[in-house]
Design a protein around this ligand. Structure first.
Ligand code: PGA
Length: 256
């Protein structure tokens, strides 16, 4: 009886309270990495002493359990989730299964999923709901394409994506927003600092409930630009793709 209560309580994942952290560094490994890569990455990784910095690594789904058993001082996140709770949805992964693996975060609505897998805001909204219900923190991505930017539609697009894809159960304690201009992802291009801060400020002002949300910037973040981006008043951290695949480079980004 006592043993089963202990096992139950160990397995009972308590949702991260985002208010406990001052900044967030999320590594999005996309479809990269294998077991050997993970071993080497962890060997060279230097995590910050400042425990107010929240470091999250998001490997492929296959590697979630392996990484979570090996990694120290980092949280583990998934890159996607089914919008369904369970049922006849071949190939999907449920939030309930992530919860069983004690996964704390999950990226949703990444532009690569919107673009290649035709994900729409309404589906992303359901994904956010199922994550929150399972005590997993959604990292909700929004961002405009180059064409939309050129046509002056950035704010309109971001507002629509955000209002339609954020679920009513999301709040500043359980959900992170990530602004990733599509044209900045993997290109080496970034908006200038003033522009990044202005867009983040705009996101906060879209709805009174967003004011205190943690908002990350993503798109070509590297060790040579991360500090100045993250220190912007309206930026609470970064979502890092390519540069998060190099342990030394990522350690530099998350350094105290
Ligand atoms: P990048 O990717 O850092 O390689 O531009 C960011 C992302 O897609 O999340």
């Amino acid at each position: 009886m006592v043993a089963s209560i202990i096992i139950l309580s160990i397995r009972e994942i308590i949702m991260i309270n985002l208010d406990d952290f001052s900044s967030f560094y999320v590594a999005n490994w996309k479809l990269n990495g294998d077991f050997e890569f993970i071993d080497n990455f962890l060997k060279d990784l230097k995590t910050p002493k400042d425990k107010k910095k929240c470091v999250v690594i998001c490997p492929t789904s296959i590697h979630l359990d392996y990484l979570s058993k090996k990694a120290v001082d980092v949280f583990i996140g998934a890159q996607n989730i089914s919008s369904h709770y369970e049922g006849s949805y071949t190939g999907e992964i449920s939030a309930k299964a992530l919860k069983e693996l004690q996964i704390s975060f999950c990226i949703i609505g990444h532009s690569e999923r919107r673009q290649y897998y035709k994900e729409i805001n309404q589906e992303i909204n359901l994904k956010a709901a199922t994550l929150v219900k399972n005590q997993i923190t959604p990292i909700l991505c929004i961002g405009e394409t180059l064409e939309e930017k050129k046509n002056g539609l950035t704010k309109e697009i971001l507002k629509k994506q955000l209002l339609e894809s954020i679920n009513s159960s999301c709040n500043k304690k359980n959900t992170i927003i990530a602004y990733e201009p599509v044209w900045a992802i993997g290109t080496g291009l970034t908006p200038d600092l003033k522009e990044i801060d202005e867009v983040h400020e705009f996101i906060r002002s879209c709805d009174s409930s967003f004011v205190n949300f943690s908002i990350l910037y993503g798109g070509s973040v590297k060790s040579n630009n991360s500090k100045e981006i993250i220190s912007l008043p309206n930026v609470n951290g970064a979502l890092i793709g390519g540069a998060s695949l190099k342990s030394g480079e990522f350690s530099e980004i998350i350094k105290d």
